[in-house]
Design a protein. Sequence first.
Length: 274
Amino acid sequence: MMRMLGMEMPIVRHIGGWVCALSLGLVVAGCAGTKSSTAAERGQAKTALATECGKVEELEKAQHKLQESLNRQTVVHQDLEEKIARLQLQLFEREAQLRDASERHEQAILEVVRAKAKLRSLESKAEAASTLAEAEVAIKTLKTQMASKDKDANVRRADELLRLGAEEFKKENYGGALYLTSQAKMLIKEGQERSITREKLPLVQGEAAFAIPVPLRSVNNAKLREGPGTGTKVVASLEEGTSLTGHSYKGPWVRVRAQDGRIGWVLYNQVDDR
């Protein structure tokens, strides 16, 4: 559409000026060739035609402004596209880094478990069994409490660690079982803390909770709103640089908590990480 307008407007200006000039010439010639026409009639014809030509010029100016506006929108669109592309690539990079870190962490855990197995560590069978049972009960309770349990990565990871711990226990590697269970319990504790936060902040339909609280800051004078929408009540105005904690999101809206305890929603482009 913009390319079409860009091609048409110079043509419109050219044709408009040519038509006005030609029409004025024809009117003057026609009036001069008519014996019965008076000077007043010729003047009225010229005035009427001049008015129409003025309207054509106004239309040309309006079209020129429209073209400028479209050009600006094109630049904005290109900038936005570049920003989205950059963020997408950064996300790919971050995911690759997380996968690498996760693999290294897995290797470290396996090394510890193997070392425990070789040492036939002094941790007692009773202590390992007790810790394993306690963790299994805790994770079952947590799954019941969490609305999005099937989406919580830490719960799934804790489940896997407990499974590995049970296997090491069967192999009589009680030190390894105790180590794996302790790792699982740390993840379960984090999940319990998030579960308490979700109880205080019940999720609305379509809202998705972050795996962990996300540290954020406002990048301008943002509006903290009661709900995820521009039509909702403004809870407060946030100064630029205000520290926030993100808990969840719905579409382009992020639910945040300020340091003074205020809770509300802001648009994603009004916050940045800190």
